[in-house]
Design a protein around this ligand. Structure first.
Ligand SMILES: Nc1nc2c(ncn2[C@@H]2O[C@H](COP(=O)(O)OP(=O)(O)OP(=O)(O)O)[C@@H](O)[C@H]2O)c(=O)[nH]1
Ligand SMILES: [Mg+2]
Length: 348
């Protein structure tokens, strides 16, 4: 069962757009963030006008976060709508899109609940959007004046910077000028949003939005990424891998496997450019994917070799793997057509 409730002083709601939409809707996805709710609502209320703002919390928690939200909302001057999802479809990304769908405001702000995104920066984002006539304003850690010092440890710095570089390389199109495409803190002009175009999966909704909605003017505003206020991080290595798979949208979970059955058509028609390791395998996969040839998958158990030494050289092969992930990405997001795959000459 999904519970949607409106608490707080004023009530905004209903499926149709309000007659006098608030200037900003703040959409906040939450997963077990109880300890952050009270300071979050207090700090938002201190910097935003209650009469021109609504807060939408889309909650997938398994703890008492919803009860804490309901209680804190009673004294919050800004109206708060809580949408608790018993079935958390699409994880974080699904939650954000549902929140955007519910929002009534002219500007839709998306931010985390753990106070890593300072509530005090929200007015800056909206003001920049209005001032610059933008469709999308991204709060960036990586423009002058911003900072990512709140990342928990060197590993998280590496993941953040690494995924940023991968994304920038894959998005080598001048269309996308965002320095922090992985940011979870941004505001979008409601009238520029095409929600039906978004297919969110896990993290990184902004990326979806930039690539699929192609917003007009995009502006970036620096902010200082703070350490998490309380509670536990939900971002994991599994989430990172899910991100790569999401970027590529490959129809298999094991893109680099060397255990494959190829049809004669694949072997006879697709030329192999890879020279290293198992890269031919991912290359054939991504090319067959672009050609829209059927790809099926069966479960197997991986058994470690009992004898001899592995010749697996992940670091040496990584650039090639990334190259083919980029190829898959271009297929799905940049819509490269099947005819862009070079095939062998018949009889060649
Ligand atoms: N509704 C919903 N919210 C989620 C889900 N996963 C994470 N969130 C929320 O999304 C926001 C970002 O998650 P975090 O765990 O802070 O991710 P992160 O900022 O990359 O990781 P840290 O730097 O360790 O905090 C937080 O407000 C979470 O509560 C989910 O599956 N559903
Ligand atoms: Mg966080």
């Amino acid at each position: 069962m999904t519970v949607t409730s409106t608490v707080g002083r004023a009530r905004v709601g209903g499926p149709t757009r309000a007659e006098h939409p608030p200037r900003q809707s703040i959409v906040i996805p939450t997963f077990n963030e109880g300890a952050n709710i009270v300071p979050l609502l207090a700090r938002l209320s201190a910097v935003l006008p209650a009469t021109d703002t609504e807060i939408i919390i889309v909650d997938d928690s398994t703890d008492d976060t919803p009860a804490i939200v309901r209680s804190a909302a009673r004294t919050c001057p800004i109206p708060v709508r809580l949408h608790h999802r018993a079935e958390p479809t699409g994880g974080l990304g699904g939650a954000v899109v549902e929140g955007l769908r519910m929002a009534q405001g002219v500007w839709l702000v998306v931010m985390d609940a753990d106070l890593q995104h300072p509530p005090e920066s929200v007015p800056d984002l909206v003001a920049a959007g209005i001032r610059d006539g933008a469709d999308l304003v991204v709060a960036s850690r990586y423009v002058s004046g911003g900072s990512s010092s709140g990342l928990a440890d060197p590993y998280r710095h590496l993941v953040s910077q690494g995924s940023r570089v991968v994304t920038k390389v894959l998005f080598r199109t001048p269309l996308i000028q965002v320095s922090d495409p992985m940011s979870g803190f941004f505001t979008v002009r409601a009238s520029s949003l095409e929600l039906s175009e978004l297919r969110p999966l896990g993290y990184k909704v902004l990326l979806e939005l930039v690539v699929r909605n192609r917003p007009g003017r995009v502006v970036e505003v620096p902010y200082e990424f703070a350490p998490r206020h309380a509670g536990e991080s939900k971002s994991t290595v599994a989430e990172g891998l899910r991100f790569l798979r999401h970027l590529a949208r490959l129809p298999t979970h094991d893109a680099t496997s060397g255990f494959r059955l190829f049809s004669r058509r694949v072997v006879e028609q697709i030329p192999v450019e890879s020279e290293d390791g198992f890269c031919y395998s991912i290359e054939l996969l991504v090319k067959a994917h672009r050609l829209r040839w059927n790809i099926a998958e069966v479960p197997v158990t991986w058994i470690e070799r009992a004898d001899g030494r592995t010749r697996f050289q992940v670091l040496r092969w990584l650039p090639a793997y990334l190259r083919w992930y980029g190829y898959a990405f271009a297929t799905t997001f940049l819509r490269r057509p099947p005819r862009s795959v070079a095939l062998k000459e018949p009889g060649g």
